[in-house]
Design a protein around this ligand. Structure first.
Ligand code: GLN
Length: 197
């Protein structure tokens, strides 16, 4: 039997612990990422929600910008949630060909929950918890939109990068994280098969 995969969670700021709990529940091992060396040997990475300006400053301070870009360039699956989605866009780490609009849902409804259909997730709609959430304001054809709320794109994929505007780590429904962990497992299995050849 193969060992479980190791998924890092960027832990400079924000809601990283809830992601770790959910990833562990799904059978992954997790570790907290604060400095570049923490990225060594990771099979996947989660960038959690929080505050994207603070997170950007932390990433720059710790010299994580280039190492994170290299991790993505190596094809490592990355999940960005809420502020994590903002971090992935072209105005931040520049890993996805899209622009996320911060606090896009406006002051009146800064935080809300809603059911949404996500492409790739079977069964009943997913419960999305939105906390001062962004939406995807622009994107190229490279970015596949996986789900929307009121016509606003809130979930997307580009290659191995997955971005959601909501906090799937806070709901009981673990299907979004499951989708991500399955992707990480698949990549590790493919790598091992390649090595065994
Ligand atoms: N509004 C926050 C930001 O702009 C994101 C909120 C969140 O991650 N829950 O960074």
């Amino acid at each position: 039997m193969s060992a479980s995969v190791m998924i890092g969670v960027l832990a400079l700021q924000g809601g990283f612990e809830a992601h770790e709990r959910m990833l562990r529940r799904l059978g992954a091992e997790t570790c907290q990422v604060r400095v570049p060396v923490d990225l060594d040997g990771l099979d996947g990475l989660v960038i959690p929600g929080g505050e994207s300006t603070t997170m950007t400053l932390g990433v720059e301070r710790e010299g994580l910008v280039e190492p994170l870009r290299e991790l993505a360039a190596a094809g490592t699956p990355i999940l960005g949630s809420c502020a994590g989605m903002i971090m992935l866009d072209r105005e931040h780490l520049g890993l996805m060909d899209m622009r996320a609009e911060r606090n896009a849902f406006g002051r009146q409804i800064r935080s809300f929950e809603t059911d949404l259909e996500i492409r790739g997730i079977e069964g009943p709609p997913l419960r999305g918890i939105f906390i001062r959430a962004p939406w995807i304001a622009e994107h190229t054809e490279e970015v596949e939109i996986l789900g929307s709320v009121d016509g606003r794109a809130v979930a997307a994929r580009q290659g191995e990068l997955l971005a959601v505007a909501f906090h799937s780590e806070l709901s009981e429904d673990d299907r979004l994280h499951r989708l991500f962990v399955e992707r990480v497992n698949a990549r590790v299995a493919a790598r091992q098969a390649g090595q065994a050849r």
